[in-house]
Write a protein that binds this ligand. Sequence first.
Ligand code: F6P
Length: 459
Amino acid sequence: MRRIAILTAGGDTPALNSTIFGAVERANERGIEMMGIIRGFAGVVDPRLPHVRLNPLLSTIPELDPTHGGSLLGSSRTYVDPEQLELLAEITPRLKKLGIEGLICVGGDGTIAGMQPLSEHFPCVLAPKTIDNDLGLNYIDEPNEWTKEDSDNGGKNVFLRPPRREVIELEDIVNFATPGYATAVFVVVQGIERIRTTAESHRRIAIIEVMGRDSGFIPLGSAYGQPDIILIPEVPLDMDHLEQRVAELYDLQKHVVIVVGEGVRDQSGRQLGAQTKSYDPAGNVVYSGAAEELKRLLAMRFGDEFFGSRRKHESADSVIFTRKVGHTQRGGRPIKFDRFFAAQLGGKAVDLIAENQNNHIATLQWSRTQGFTLASLAANKLRDQWKKIHPRRVHPSLYDPQRFQPSRLGKEYLMTILSNAIGNDDMEELRVEMFAPGKLSTRYQSVNIDIQRRIETLK
Ligand code: F6P
């Protein structure tokens, strides 16, 4: 292959530029030209096909900084619908007109869904990314376990999944961790540590909401911040058990820190944070606030008397406070684990496309004997019998719902990813850069301005 393209789709992560960097460096080695498509699939469906040359004369452009969060190409949640046949038919000639012979999509499960119809017309591969860590499987035959039930719930089918394998081995996990996850956990842990001491001083109950949609990997990783209680979306909320635990902890230490995954559900399956359901363009539920709803439920159960009788003359409403870590989880400098493996996976994606592995995913595997290694997987292996890709969930053997904490295996999983995830340079960067005097006299230099100058369009 002489020329390929890369795009970044879906929600961004801190590691996207690292992936693009790894891909471009590998393309340089293989003598392949790399085009970057602007704003994900939105760029591909645009007849002008906005693009930049990422390695003119086979050397990487200086704007591509693997330590800078976000994507210099921009991202969007625009996807190509398999039903849009006319649009699909337009894309291939458009890419070919530019001499592009293959496309690398950097994305998560939504991106694979968008890539699939395109891959039937044009060679595509996926380099994974998502802070949610939900692109992959707990074990290879997991998709076959999904069962479907027809529902009258707006004509939507409900997927049910009986737990089959009670225990997994870490070596079974397909795509062990996704670039962006480690940095998101890093940010969450820092947030918890800071909220902890203020909750402690003011005798408060802090509810910290973290991202991850239906998957609890980010809350699981928050265990490094030592929250008292971790609630993950995979385990329906048991309010009696939670109330009892919060009361015990409040009596013992006069404050409590709870981490809640944004997708947490109650016993009836209702998502706590989605009372007013709205959907983003990709059809994902936009969460309005699990922490707020949890606060309401706890305040209702405890009432003002609980705190009054503990000589805290404040209402339940003011004792319990909520914080969303929010988009800080998705941005900023990626930590070493993400930088390194994102770049490796970007390089692997180039190898896959060059070796005609259409509709494959570059994956990161882990084994006790070899540690982390690169591999690949046919994207269809992630699909259930109805061709649907489900986000990977935290397997029951990784979480202990009695203690609201990671299980022994869950801790082992986290240690594998995070024990060595921060590099010396990450800390040095903070020390040198945070209060660098020059920052007071210079404006933030946006990569968007630099890239704008390089954007070309089809004639
Ligand atoms: O999928 C990544 C993610 O950050 C989720 O954890 C979160 O629910 C969602 O994206 C937020 O998306 P947006 O930035 O579009 O609000």
